[in-house]
Every structure is written in C-alpha cells, then in structure tokens.
Design a protein around this ligand. Structure first.
Ligand SMILES: Nc1nc2c(ncn2[C@@H]2O[C@H](COP(=O)(O)OP(=O)(O)OP(=O)(O)O)[C@@H](O)[C@H]2O)c(=O)[nH]1
Ligand SMILES: [Mg+2]
Length: 293
C-alpha cells in the first residue's frame, strides 16, 4: 500500500482548488475566477485498493497585508511541514519568473512535481518554453502539463504522484474523504456565491459562519451569518429591497443541496441568511479565531 500527504502550492488563481477537486472526484474546494478564494487548508482523501493519498489544497501564496492573510500563510506553512510530495502548480499565463521565486522560497525538502496548468489556453510553442523553463529548476523532479478542468488528466497526475509516495499504512478509513465538517463546506459554498455575485472588496471583507445545521425528516435547516466590515457593505449584500441576498440565498441553497445530496437521494435545504457588521474583523485576532481562522 502506498500512502502519503500530497500538498498543493502555488500563487493565487493557479488552479489549486480545481486540481484538488479533479483528483478527489468531488467538489470539495470552492473555485472562483477571483484571486484569494481559498483561506484554509482543505484536505481531500483518495483511497483505492493499493493506495491512500491525502491531498491538501492551500491558500494562494502572497505577501500578507493583514491578519487574515497571515493566518492564510500559516495554513501554507503547516502544509509544508507534513508534505511527502509537493505539487507546485502554475497558470501557464502567469509570470514564470515570479512563480519560480515563489516555488524556490518554499525551500522544499521533499520531491516536487511542477504542474503547468491551463494548457487549454496556450499554444504548443508556449508550452514547450514553459517546460524548458521549469525543467532546469532544482525543486523540479517532474513536470506535468494539464488542464485541471479536464478529467482526462487525472490518471496521469495520479500515476506520477504514486511513484514518489512511500509504502505505509492508511491514515484514514477508506470511506472518509475529508477531515472538515459539513458546516465548514456549507459556509464555503455560500462564500463561493459571494465571490460570484459581488465585486471589488466585498468578497475579501466577508466571511460566512454556519450558526445552525439541523437535519429534519424532510429537509436540512441551515442558518448562516455573513460577516462584513462596514454598514455600507451590509447594504450592498442585502441589495434593494433584499434583492441581492435573496439571489445569494437561492444560488447558495442550490449548491448546498447538490453538495449534501452527493450521488444519493436529493436533499432539500431550507437556508436562512443574516448579515452582520463586525468592524475590521480581518485585523482582529479575537474575531478571526471566532470565525474559524
Ligand atoms: N481555462 C482554464 N481555467 C482553469 C483551469 N483550472 C482552473 N481554471 C480556472 O481558474 C480560476 C481559478 O481556479 P481556482 O481553482 O479557484 O484557483 P486557486 O489556485 O485555488 O486560487 P486561490 O484559492 O485564490 O489561491 C477558476 O476560474 C477556474 O475555473 C484550466 O485548466 N483551464
Ligand atoms: Mg483555491
């Protein structure tokens, strides 16, 4: 049996969460076209007959500007510590020199596979140049060009990872796919819709907490709070006559129902959303802790 921790690192928007979802075969991590979507380490466990791989998605690597950023970068650091293999992923359209600086700054002591992502958006000349560029780097044990959105790359990525994994006992039961709670994923799915619906600073100054999660006979009742920095942001989230929050509620509910149903029977959800102002919560240790960071 091969087992180990395979942790995914890269700059914001490289496709780390998309890659995690591809490898696990489920939507565990939220994805958005905006940068800095992921704020936590998200473990996804893949168990097959002869291997168990514990993947971790991590926040995009940035220079911290406020306390929430520091917490996000702490999640990256923690993931560096237990990795057996690192997946260093980049968007082929990103600045390769900057990506290289970020990868080098991790000072990895484990084998790294460079995953060149979003090759569906580049021509073959550019891809050849990227492969040449990263092949010369000391951390680079292997290079895999992929499109993390396309299922057909999954097997090849897995095959390459398994080559670097040690033999060992399973860490988790075969039926576990993550160590995070359902409440966490529900909050994340609402956050994903906030990234989709709102522009500028709103997604970045917002967090979501699930206050109540009750499974009744016919439906799941969920009450969640959306936390913002300022009254003016609360007004934007509510929208005229509550238009925006209703839209957010509908979109979130549909996504949560999909998540809770999995491949089984359709799960009905009743979702209530509230907006609260917590002045400069991103800067305050007490709030960050209360909100799960
Ligand atoms: N065209 C294309 N788009 C992709 C591919 N992989 C990911 N994307 C898109 O790139 C954007 C960012 O993807 P994410 O998976 O959220 O990126 P991330 O690295 O997790 O970003 P952060 O959490 O912000 O660090 C999303 O809009 C994805 O749909 C790909 O292979 N091709
Ligand atoms: Mg992400």
């Amino acid at each position: 049996m091969k087992t180990g921790f395979v942790n995914i690192f890269g700059r914001p928007n490289a496709g780390k969460s998309t890659l995690l979802n591809l490898l696990i075969g489920e939507k565990l991590a939220i994805v958005s076209p905006k940068v800095q979507t992921t704020r936590h380490r998200i473990k996804g466990i893949l168990t097959e007959k002869n291997y168990q791989v514990i993947f971790s998605d991590t926040p995009g690597i940035i220079e911290p500007k406020y306390k929430l950023h520091e917490k996000m970068m702490q999640a990256v650091k923690n993931s560096l510590e237990d990795a057996d293999v690192a997946l260093l992923i980049l968007d082929i359209n990103d600045d390769w020199i900057v990506c290289d600086q970020v990868f080098s700054s991790l000072k990895l002591t484990v084998p790294a596979i460079v995953v060149i992502n979003k090759i569906d958006t580049a021509n073959s000349k550019k891809l050849q140049e990227a492969i040449l560029f990263f092949a010369g780097k000391t951390y680079s044990k292997k290079i895999i060009p992929v499109s993390a959105k396309e299922n057909r790359y999954k097997e090849e990525i897995l095959k390459n990872i398994l080559e670097f994994l040690p033999e060992g006992e399973k860490f988790y039961d075969s039926d576990e796919i993550t160590d995070l709670s359902t409440r966490f994923f529900v909050a994340e799915l609402i956050r994903e819709k906030i990234y989709e619906l709102f522009e500028q600073e709103i997604p970045y100054q917002t967090t979501v907490i699930v206050q109540e999660f009750k499974e009744k006979t016919t439906l799941v009742k969920i009450r969640a709070e959306i936390i913002v920095h300022r009254e003016s942001q609360k007004a934007i989230i509510l929208g005229e006559g509550g238009k925006m929050i209703r839209k957010l509620g509908t979109m979130s509910r549909e996504e949560i129902e999909k998540f809770l149903s999995g491949s089984g029977e359709k799960q009905k959800v009743f979702l209530e959303l509230f907006v609260k102002v917590r002045d400069k919560w991103r800067e305050r240790e007490d709030y960050l802790r209360e909100f799960g960071y």
